[in-house]
Design a binder for this molecule. Structure first.
Ligand SMILES: C[S@@+](CC[C@H](N)C(=O)[O-])C[C@H]1O[C@@H](n2cnc3c(N)ncnc32)[C@H](O)[C@@H]1O
Length: 345
């Protein structure tokens, strides 16, 4: 059980975190730069205001703390960040921002397509998602990515990812850690797997991503732990035998996929899960999940290069995974995200 001291440390650390990242968000959104796609007055009126967003961010942290206090998962891995490393990352983030803004103004999302020879990656992947430098295909991008995401969500991204630890805890309490195998598809830099290993150091985990640069970063981030495996491959065609995993996670992957890969990857997940195995899905809210946020979900892909987001927010996930043989089991909203589980029948 958590002590009063831990509660104090958690509260202070998250307060500092929000000031740090939300502050950078405000500085980055320079008032001098007009929004790339003008906002119609009626859209602006429908958007939740800053006070509402900050209140909901506060609710996310309250819930995160309640989960920790209830023993569902441990305090965050980087509760006490390294100030010098944070400062360096922020400097790099701001140094890179100018080229991100230049791409945004020019609506240039295909710089990476011009740089990478055809054949190795699917065409839809070769885009500068979020207008980020090098798309997903450089060490520079992999080193900046987590910082960019934290700034976007005002310091709440890790807390949203941690909500996937709740169904994970339920599942591992039921089946036991010993012998269980977990796969994280589209693992990025291993941000979620760090929290998984901090809670379950002996769990066998596999990190899979299409970017060899993000997989290299995930290796560095997961170096303190053993029983970690890494695969640089497309999620559409995973080089692992049928029924080789008990639990599969996918975090912030689906909103970046066109409809066809969405279906193919759902099929791969069903193939790779053992009968009775669990998919833990975490991604953006969808239309109707939190009606007050619908206008924001419509606005989000403009100026942020998310070409498949509008269709993702209208995708029936229960039908998508249901067709692949995975039955919807639970669903919880967490600020801009939701965590849902599906079981292989
Ligand atoms: C928005 S990021 C999310 C990363 C990470 N899960 C997180 O929590 O931040 C999407 C990730 O999915 C990967 N990705 C996109 N399409 C993929 C595919 N077809 N196969 C494997 N990985 C893919 C990208 O390289 C990127 O690392």
């Amino acid at each position: 059980m958590a002590s009063a001291l831990q509660r104090l440390a958690y509260g202070a650390a998250q307060g500092l975190r929000v000031s740090w990242y939300y502050g950078q968000k405000l500085v980055a959104a320079s008032p001098a730069a007009p929004p790339p796609v003008p906002i119609a007055e009626e859209t602006r009126a429908a958007l939740p205001d800053r006070a509402r967003l900050l209140r909901d961010l506060g609710l996310l942290f309250e819930r995160d703390w309640r989960n920790i206090a209830a023993g569902l998962y441990r305090l965050p891995v980087d509760l006490i960040p390294h100030p010098l490393a944070e400062w360096r990352r922020s400097r790099r983030f701001f140094a890179d921002l100018e080229s991100v803004e230049a791409r945004r103004r020019a609506n240039d999302n295909s710089e990476i397509l011009r740089q990478v020879p055809p054949g190795r990656y699917p065409r839809y992947y070769l885009q500068n998602f979020h207008f980020q430098t090098d798309g997903y295909l450089s060490r520079h991008s992999a080193e900046l990515y987590d910082h960019q995401v934290e700034v976007l969500f005002g310091g709440g991204a890790d807390a949203m990812r941690r909500q996937a630890l709740v169904p994970l805890q339920r599942e591992l309490a039921r089946r036991g850690v010993r012998g269980a195998r977990l796969l994280d598809i589209g693992c990025g830099t291993g941000r979620f797997l760090r929290e998984v290993k901090s809670n379950y150091p002996t769990l066998d985990v596999t990190a899979l991503d299409l970017s060899p640069f993000y997989i290299a970063e995930a290796r560095r981030n997961l170096a303190p732990w053993s029983r970690t495996n890494f695969i640089a491959a497309a999620a559409e065609d995973i080089p692992s035998p049928d029924a080789s995993f008990d639990i599969i996670c996918t975090i912030y992957l689906y909103h970046e996929l066109p409809a066809k890969p969405r279906r193919r990857i759902a099929g791969e997940i069903a193939r790779l899960l053992k009968p009775g195995g669990l998919l833990i899905f975490l991604d953006s809210l969808q239309h109707g999940d939190e009606p007050d946020y619908d206008a924001l979900l419509d606005r989000f892909p403009h100026g942020f290069h998310e070409p498949y987001y509008a269709s993702y927010v209208r995708t029936d996930l229960a039908a998508l995974f249901g067709k692949a043989g995975l039955a919807a089991e639970s669903r919880e909203l967490a600020y801009f995200s939701k965590v849902a589980t599906f079981r292989k029948t």
